[in-house]
Design a protein. Structure first.
Length: 276
């Protein structure tokens, strides 16, 4: 199979390989005594249709992992396969093409162009993909309709609430029919009602069979996913369904004996690990 050929599918139409397959991933910034290892030998597999949250406090490597999963950066070593293709060592031009084809991004800051209408913002990934104007507009309108904003398509970002702006960003992520929806702190700038609404959309996409990866530091956000991966100091320290990762009020982490198996060979840190 060539690098650009479609991933082989089974009889049920689903991929026969994971959507995301990461092994022995390492990312180091700087050199010599100034070197900082942000990710240290991390392994992660995400199957098609999973709804995964990656949760960690600041400085734990989750943003670095998000950049690598989103093909915004490359690892120092290790392997990353996206939809069956090894993207570990691609150049920037190839990474840009892969991002446009496979990844739908939703960011905390929305990243909408203020001078463009909602529908024009949603069209942008299709412009980069080379789609003709008529098809671009049809697909952008449909994406906005799916997130309940068909009646706001000609509004500019300054005429929309924060929640509506994030829904435009979600429509933009959906418009290319990506392999993965990658959401980085998508509720960070929203009030509680808008946050609940946006998380509900991700749940709906998951139920429709899409693969969703959500990056967050908030337990209340992470637990909406069907699987939670906890990171600390560049390694995975917990991986499982939220009912095993979280106990009690949902803000207390389960003990290491339930879910935590550090990948760096160190001993589990016990029930207080989540409060370090």
């Amino acid at each position: 199979m060539s690098q650009d050929s479609p991933v082989e599918q089974g009889r049920d139409g689903r991929r026969t390989v994971p959507v995301i397959e990461i092994s022995e991933l390492r990312k180091t910034y700087g050199t010599g005594e100034a070197a900082v290892e942000a990710i240290r030998g991390l392994d992660l597999v995400v199957e098609e249709g999973e709804f995964l949250s990656v949760m960690a406090p600041s400085g734990s490597g989750k943003s670095t992992l998000m950049h690598i999963i989103g093909c915004l950066d490359t690892p120092t070593s290790g392997r990353y396969r996206l939809a069956g293709r090894d993207v570990s060592n691609l150049d920037e031009a190839e990474l840009a093409r892969i991002r446009n084809r496979y990844i739908g991004f939703v960011f905390q800051q929305f990243h909408l162009l203020r001078h463009l209408t909602a529908v024009s913002n949603v069209e942008l990934p299709l412009v980069y993909a080379g789609l003709n104007p008529t098809d671009r507009r049809v697909r952008a309108i449909e994406a906005l309709r799916r997130v309940g904003l068909a009646d706001r398509m000609h509004h500019r970002p300054t005429q929309l609430s924060g929640g509506q702006q994030q829904r435009v960003a979600i429509a933009r992520a959906l418009v290319t029919d990506p392999t993965v929806i990658l959401a980085d702190e998508p509720t960070g700038n929203l009030d509680s009602a808008s946050s609940e609404e946006v998380l509900g959309w991700f749940g709906e996409f998951h139920r429709a069979g899409r693969t969703v990866v959500l990056i967050t530091h908030e337990p209340d956000v992470a637990k909406v996913a069907s699987r939670v991966v906890r990171m600390r100091d560049g390694v995975v320290v917990g991986d499982g369904p939220p009912e095993l990762i979280f106990v009690g009020t949902g803000t207390t982490f389960a003990g290491a004996t339930l879910t935590e198996q550090p990948q760096d060979g160190s001993e589990p840190s016990g029930g207080s690990a989540g409060h370090r």
